[in-house]
Design a protein around this ligand. Structure first.
Ligand SMILES: Nc1nc2c(ncn2[C@@H]2O[C@H](COP(=O)(O)OP(=O)(O)OP(=O)(O)O)[C@@H](O)[C@H]2O)c(=O)[nH]1
Ligand SMILES: [Mg+2]
Length: 458
């Protein structure tokens, strides 16, 4: 009898457990790794600290505790949380390394349910949260799944109209010399794809984000493989080419890249999400210039088409989850003084407008916030004669103590002339020193959590 009761109890408990997969979306350097590290850090500390007042389950003291548990996918490395914490608490403090590969983490959050149905069935429930981390560059490849070689080539040449044509000069010169229909010359294709890759690197150096294929700039273990040796070409989609020609090989490599690299990445990591947080560093394009802002906007819009949005019945969600809530977050808000945060949100709204429209079509819930995952500055005021002005205090990456008013964030995208006359210069700071036993200081990570998982902890 006892055994049966235990089994029934276990069954009830398992059926009370729920699970959520969060898509942490962001271009390279947007702040994904910092956000995941902070989110895990904050949740691991909820039972002992009150660092998440805006997460209602934490504020109501309904979170019993959280811990890391083995992830479901055994084929990918575990998210390097301990390594990131080690770097942040190093002396001097450092930021986690740029991400070079995919990794995953699963958290179990035990909580006291508020819903009467759950309460009646048992005392505690568990919410499992799955998150993956990956290099932002790889995200840029998802739109390639919907484009054949010709369409993709056209989109790349179209983008050459602005400052990119200068950056692409060497690649274009060599491309013009290549006879697409002559017999395959592997050496030549390798050389030209090298020049194309250099062009993509130059775009990144200029603060542009939309670089495709993303793996070309961060190849990982595919470095030097022929599947990364292709480039856009000018040709007519009705043209007929020899089977053993250069263009036939370029097309074949593109298709192989789509199937073996992009599709595999999408299938294993991006096809099933419930919630999405889109992280955007709006300050970087303000530093870099007008083109960078628009480039980032286009890249974000393209990426949003790769996710599936919408509301579906509970049963359907079990088999084919769709994103039903999206949060756009302007990261690194600690780079500006707090009274500038509303402007930062307004700038973010302008930045993500096309992406917002893509998701809004499905009538799902969306919101915009500003946030700092790992606070690097302390906000305060400084006196200048009779005036007090808001200021930030922190340590620069070279270790100098700095007190600054970093300037005003425009609430709307400024015109081109603005950069010629003023420009922006937001300084990078080291993470603030803190104890490894305390949760890291943050700005509104709890608000983000409330939005993403608050309802799942009811
Ligand atoms: N001040 C401040 N800087 C931040 C914060 N989050 C990220 N940064 C800065 O932004 C950089 C990039 O953050 P990451 O979290 O590594 O960005 P990512 O999106 O994982 O980038 P990839 O791995 O390259 O795709 C960090 O090295 C920091 O310099 C924050 O909350 N505050
Ligand atoms: Mg990263």
């Amino acid at each position: 009898m006892k055994k049966i009761t235990k089994e029934v109890n276990d069954f009830i408990h398992r059926s009370l457990d729920s699970h959520v997969r969060i898509a942490v979306t962001g271009l390279s350097r947007a702040g994904k790794t910092a956000y995941i590290t902070s989110m895990v850090n904050q949740l691991l500390h909820t039972s002992t600290h009150d660092s998440l007042p805006l997460l209602s389950a934490a504020r109501d003291k309904r979170i019993v505790g959280a811990k890391r548990v083995p992830q479901l996918n055994m084929m990918v490395p575990r998210f390097a949380y301990d390594e990131a914490m080690g770097q942040i608490h190093d002396s001097p403090a450092q930021w986690p390394e740029p991400t070079r590969d995919v990794s995953e983490i699963r958290l179990a959050i035990k909580y006291k349910p508020k819903k009467r149905t759950k309460k009646l069935l048992g005392s505690d429930s568990t919410l499992y949260v799955d998150i993956i981390d990956y290099p932002g560059e790889w995200l840029l490849d998802l739109p390639l799944l919907d484009m054949d070689f010709h369409t993709w080539s056209e989109s790349q040449f179209k983008a050459l109209e602005g400052e990119r044509s200068q950056l692409a000069k060497e690649w274009l010169t060599e491309l013009d010399k290549l006879d697409l229909n002559s017999s395959l010359d592997e050496k030549k294709l390798e050389q030209i794809s090298g020049l194309y890759t250099e062009y993509l690197h130059r775009c990144k150096d200029k603060g542009l984000h939309w670089v495709q294929p993303g793996r070309f700039v961060l190849p990982g273990d595919l470095a030097g493989a022929p599947v990364l040796q292709f480039f856009p070409c000018r040709f007519d989609s009705n043209d007929k080419f020899e089977k053993s020609s250069n263009i036939a090989m370029l097309k074949a490599r593109y298709q192989e890249y789509q199937q073996k690299v992009v599709k595999a990445f999408y299938k294993h990591h991006f096809s099933t999400f419930d919630r999405q947080i889109v992280l955007v560093d709006c300050l970087q394009p303000l530093n870099a210039g007008y083109d960078s802002f628009h480039d980032m906007r286009t890249a974000l819009e393209q990426i949003m088409h790769s996710f599936s949005y919408g509301r579906s019945s509970v049963l359907r969600r079990l088999f084919a989850p769709k994103i039903d809530k999206v949060l756009f977050a302007a990261t690194k808000a600690d780079h500006v003084t707090p009274e500038q945060h509303p402007n930062l949100v307004s700038l973010l709204q302008q930045m993500v407008h096309p992406a917002w429209q893509t998701a809004a079509f499905e009538n799902i819930e969306m919101s915009c916030i500003s946030m700092a995952s790992i606070q690097a500055t302390q906000a305060g005021f400084i006196s200048t004669g009779d005036n007090t002005v808001p200021a930030l205090q922190g340590e620069t990456l070279t270790g100098d103590a700095l007190t600054v008013f970093p300037g005003e964030v425009p609430s709307k995208l400024p015109s081109k002339e603005y950069w010629q006359n003023n420009g922006f210069e937001f300084t990078a700071f080291r993470p603030m020193p803190g104890s490894i036993d305390e949760p890291m200081k943050h700005i509104r990570v709890d608000k983000a959590l409330e939005y993403l998982i608050g309802d799942k902890l009811k």
